[in-house]
Design a protein around this ligand. Structure first.
Ligand SMILES: [Zn+2]
Ligand SMILES: [Zn+2]
Length: 267
């Protein structure tokens, strides 16, 4: 990459973590714990509770949480800015800050690290509760879906914690063992995300989905489609206009007309 990357100021981004934001995270954690506890209590009452398919349900849950971590990460890394309604201050700021200061996450306490992700798991629990509206008529498939969602809840809840461990200089022995076994995100795998051209390895729970998504050019195709429709260049707010334009060009996200249009506006 030849163009210089232009990012936001780290201390300004860090100052965006306000008391109100923390209160929202604490409330989110309470709601998430209550809803996931309620879902587990309903699953336990279902007759087709366990079987050979339970490890498969767990695997589906892990892959789902890894995919969601990548999709949400890609969305907030690539689009919008600090002034984007609702998400700008609530989510995009955190992603910008992490790219400017990768080590800051290792100094965050439990709530600042995990509040967002734990809160988000409420979506899984509510989906599970809607699936299990009636325990009497619940099918094996319903229970399978709900057990997958419980597993996804666990992994999504601790995705930021796992991501934090990947940035720690000396994680504990157990964590290092899990990283080496690739049962959680490995630091060297995640390092590719923070290196030019800054558009790889978005999945940060276990990282297993990064290979398949790259093989089918999942995010590249989405970027090309969004840029073709809107003309917006991905990662412009994160990398600065010039570097983002260069990455998009290399990705084939800009067709000839887009390139000419973008070049014209830059001249
Ligand atoms: Zn990122
Ligand atoms: Zn990172």
């Amino acid at each position: 990459m030849g163009e210089p990357v232009k990012q936001h100021d780290a201390s300004e981004l860090a100052a965006g973590y306000t008391a109100q934001h923390r209160t929202y995270e604490i409330c989110g954690i309470i709601v998430a714990l209550a809803s996931s506890g309620w879902l587990i209590a309903r699953i336990v009452k279902c007759p087709p509770l366990s079987g050979w398919w339970m490890p498969l349900a767990a695997l589906v849950g892990i892959l789902l949480s890894d995919f969601i971590s990548g999709f949400v990460h890609w969305m907030f890394d690539s689009w919008g800015n600090l002034d984007t309604p609702v998400f700008g201050r609530l989510a995009i700021r955190t992603f910008r800050h992490h790219h400017v200061d990768q080590k800051a996450i290792t100094t965050h306490d439990f709530i600042e690290t995990n509040g967002h992700n734990i809160s988000l798991t409420t979506i899984y629990s509510v989906s599970g509760l809607l699936t299990l509206r009636s325990i009497e008529t619940a099918t094996l498939f319903d229970v399978f879906v709900c057990q997958s969602l419980v597993c996804a809840t666990l992994f999504t809840a601790f995705t930021s914690q796992i991501h934090k461990w990947a940035h720690q200089d000396k994680p504990s022995g157990v964590v290092a063992l899990l990283q080496r076994a690739r049962l959680i995100l490995a630091p060297e795998h995640h390092a590719a995300h923070h290196a030019a051209p800054y558009n790889r390895n978005y999945c940060i729970t276990v990282g297993w989905m990064n290979g398949p998504l790259r093989a089918v050019r999942f995010f590249e195709t989405l970027e090309r489609t969004i840029t073709a429709i809107t003309g917006i260049v991905p990662r412009e707010d994160d990398l600065g206009a010039d570097a983002a334009f260069e990455v998009a060009s290399e990705n084939g996200a800009l067709d000839d007309a887009d390139e000419k249009k973008a070049l014209a506006t830059r001249d």
